[in-house]
Every structure is written in C-alpha cells, then in structure tokens.
Design a protein around this ligand. Sequence first.
Ligand SMILES: [Zn+2]
Length: 230
Amino acid sequence: MNVVQYTLSGSTIALHIRRTAKKNIIIRAHRSGGLQLSIPPWLTGKQLTEWLDAHTSLLQKALSRAHFPDTKTLPEHIWFMGRHCRIAVHSEPDLFFDAAATTFRLPEQYDTARQRLLLRSYLFQEATAVLLPKLAAHSRKLQLYPAKTALSRAGSFWGVCRSTGGIRLNWRLIGAPEYVQDYVCRHELCHLVHPNHSTGFWKMLRRCTPYTDSAAAWLKAHGKELFLLD
Ligand SMILES: [Zn+2]
C-alpha cells in the first residue's frame, strides 16, 4: 500500500494505492476520508497521474461516498485469535482464511456489504466454536458452574455474569489472543463467587489467572479494534 497526496479541485486528498492483478483501475472511498485505488501492476506513476487528471469527476463521486457510515467499507485489517489479519479479495466465490499469509480473502465479485456480512458470519461461527467450549473448560478447571452460557452481541462489555442468567461472552473476543479470551472466561467465572469487583474478587482472579494484568492491558489497547465490523 502506497499513500500519495493528490490535489483535487484545490484540496489535498490521500490516495491509498494498491497494485492488484486486475486489468482496470478501481476507486473506492477509504475510511480515512481519502480514496483507495486498486491499479494494474503495469501502470506507471505518470500514467496514473494522467488517468487521475482525466477522471476528476469519478474521484469526486467516490469521495462523496467517503462519509457514508462505516458499514459500507471494509477495514484493511481485522483481529482474529490475536493475529492482525489483512483483508484482501480473490476470484473464488467464498471466504478463505489464508493462515500462512494471515489474510482473509473475500470474493471480489461481492459488494462491500456482502463481503462484510460474510466475514462477520465467519467470525461469529468461529466465536461459537471457540469461546463457549473454552468457557466450559475453564468452568470445569475452576469447579465453578454458571447456570447458562451464551455469546452476546453487546457493544459495551466483554463478558457478563448473573447468578440466574449465567455467563455471556462478547462474540468479538474471537479477535483477541487466547490468553485474553482465557482471562475474560476466568474473570466472569470468579464473579460467581464475588459478584462485584471487590478486593476478594481480584485476589481470587489473580491467583487463578497470573496473566490478568497483561490481558486487561491488551483489551485496553486493542479492544476498540475488535468492533470494526459493527
Ligand atoms: Zn467483572
């Protein structure tokens, strides 16, 4: 990715330029407010500048979409199991997680909304497969059994524990590293003994979860980035 400044009708905009295997130039609004351009591998800088100067109305139009809500764009990266994964496209009709390249590949023929949906439902499925069994394993280890367990779609908390409602974990924790997921599971399980964040609660949690501080620090640093798809 190469970022260049371009002057359009007197104002400077950032162009995020990416070379792809495609034959033509594709312009999209970039979430930073500038534009994202996918250009063919053979296009020279001079040819690109000429093309841009000849297509300013196209640029204006794409730019006017830049202020659409973020649900219309795809993030460039997304967290998955603590890995900062790139998002790219491919010509296949389905999502593919390329673990070696830490890249999610989405069908290029889908529009952004559909790509988002596909990625989101993949991650939600992974969350179901990973987080609830993990919670059950910690529950057995600590011999603390919640009434029920479920995933939550809340926008404001990582986990919640109620004596009757049981424990709900935010599905977006699928983005976090495993030790962070472990920490949230144990945090909520300890609430079965200590409902509040009392000294006794932290003492118990730190005793069974020595990595409490680093896990909490990870969530503080990256927690917001786990919400990019909502
Ligand atoms: Zn708590």
